[in-house]
Design a protein around this ligand. Structure first.
Ligand code: EPZ
Length: 433
């Protein structure tokens, strides 16, 4: 994929975000916990969700789209516990299947998720939780094998409020009669959305600050559930309005974006919060001040908006500091922004930014879904044309149609499937004949 972004554009208008990718993925995994039908609404049509659907079908589920965003998940055959490597390696969140499949089938096997541009992505907290619940875990080569043995409720403390580990433990404990308690769980809205689904399926879940309690049941039933709006996509469009300049209204859940809204306001950008939408008004580069952003676990500033924020601060007045405390190497986009003229110095987990009056379009590489979005936003505000090369299709894993949605707000972006070298040779050879 390649995005050609024509710069110097202002953005105006309204946009409604799709369902949250990072809620839809655990919600889809949770359908494994019952043989009954589950209906999910407002499911985003993005690459990662399509991969999760393929994973569910590979272990015995049948997933049908009844209408755009409405998925019916049914059981087609007895579940099996070992989804194919080819699918698992495409999606980091596939590790969420380990516990639910083990609880349903008695045993499951998944390859250790590969690394990725933002960090090593360990799973020790997932494994600690499953072991506490009575799972027998064994690593065989690149695989983790989980055997149910005799599962039992447990009290589990997470050294770090890991989103995935919290979701893995919640889903597995939901099928274990008795009370499991997670202390220091992730508090993200997507975790709360999963809790709401599990409650509808028959588990009892109570969430307090620093504590999440699950009353499991031997059997869970089918239900219907609507996915919450995507707070990261919403934040991306709000930052797009701020960096490009203009007047943009995003229909979303403002309560999930407090850290971002407060930060934009602190920089001097006009932010109007309504019940189900947020409006941003900005004069673009140079019209807001720099500041300090620290990416932390929810409700702190979201790490998934850190790249987009770095693009914004690159054209703020004065100096800024961005500290990334969630992932150990999530600054690859800084190098790409610097190629556009941003003044950024990296010191370990901290980026020191000196705002410039304007960025200049050039060719940049998308290293992950959020970096790709950040570079696209930078291109809209930059002078000239920016080519965002996205060979691995990162942007499409998290956005249904980023270019199309930004164009509806006034951007000028051409997105094209980039021809591989082989395809170019093929075209050249056919032209010669
Ligand atoms: C989820 O990843 C999101 N993905 C990520 O979004 C997001 O960046 C992250 O939460 C933090 O908010 C999905 O929900 C599918 P973590 P997850 O477990 O669950 C360490 C995107 O762009 N850790 O909270 O993998 C880990 O190394 C993606 O949509 C352990 O040490 O995140 C990291 O430093 C990128 N041991 C930190 O916790 C573990 O067992 C956060 O990880 C697990 C995690």
């Amino acid at each position: 994929m390649k995005l050609t972004v024509y710069g110097g554009r202002h953005l105006f208008g309204e946009i409604t975000v799709d369902g949250a990718k990072n809620a839809a993925l655990p919600l889809l995994a949770a359908t494994l916990l019952t043989d009954d039908d589950v209906l999910l609404e407002n499911v985003p049509d993005v690459g990662d969700v399509r991969t999760m659907i393929a994973l569910l079908e590979s272990v015995g589920k049948r997933v049908r789209a009844l209408s755009p965003g409405v998925l019916s998940v049914r059981t087609e055959r007895d579940l099996t516990g070992a989804p194919p490597d080819s699918l698992v390696r495409r999606l980091r969140a596939s590790f969420l299947l380990l516990g639910p499949l083990m609880a349903r089938v008695g045993a499951s096997q998944l390859p250790l998720p590969g690394g990725c541009p933002i960090g090593v992505r360990p799973v020790d907290l997932h494994l600690k939780g499953l072991k506490a619940l009575g799972a027998q875990l064994e690593s065989v080569g690149p695989f983790w094998h989980a055997h149910a043995g005799s599962l039992h409720p447990a009290e589990i403390h997470l050294d770090y409020p890991s989103v995935g580990a919290t979701e893995q433990i919640m889903m597995t404990a939901a099928l274990i009669p008795g009370r499991t308690v997670i202390s220091n769980p992730a508090q993200d809205p997507e975790v709360h959305d999963l809790a709401r689904l599990l409650i509808k399926m028959g588990a009892g879940i109570m969430i307090e600050p620093g504590r999440l309690q699950i009353e499991g049941a031997a059997r869970l039933q089918g239900t219907t559930h609507t996915v919450i709006p995507d707070r990261i996509t919403a934040g991306t469009f709000l930052i797009a309005g701020a960096i490009a300049g203009g007047d943009v209204t995003v229909h979303c859940q403002p309560l999930h974006l407090e850290a971002l809204l407060s930060k934009l306001d602190e920089l001097g950008i006009i932010v109007q919060e309504h019940v189900e939408s947020v409006r941003v008004v900005s004069d673009g580069p140079g019209s807001f001040s720099g500041g300090r952003v620290e990416a932390r676990p929810y409700p702190g500033f979201p790490t998934d908006l850190q790249p987009q924020m770095m693009a914004l601060l690159s054209v703020a007045r004065g100096a800024s500091v961005v500290k990334e405390t969630v992932w150990e190497s999530r600054f690859a986009h800084a190098t790409e922004l610097a190629r556009m003229g941003a003044q950024i110095r990296l010191e370990g987990p901290t980026a020191l930014i000196e705002g410039v009056a304007q960025l200049s379009g050039t060719e940049v590489h998308a290293t992950d879904v959020r970096a790709g979005a950040a570079l696209t936003l930078a291109g809209i505000a930059a002078a000239g044309t920016t080519i965002v090369l996205d060979r691995d299709g990162h942007i499409g894993r998290g956005h249904r149609d980023l270019a199309g949605e930004l164009n509806r707000l006034g951007a000028a972006i051409i997105s094209e499937e980039e021809q591989t070298l082989e395809e170019k040779k093929e075209v050249a050879s056919t032209e010669i004949r």
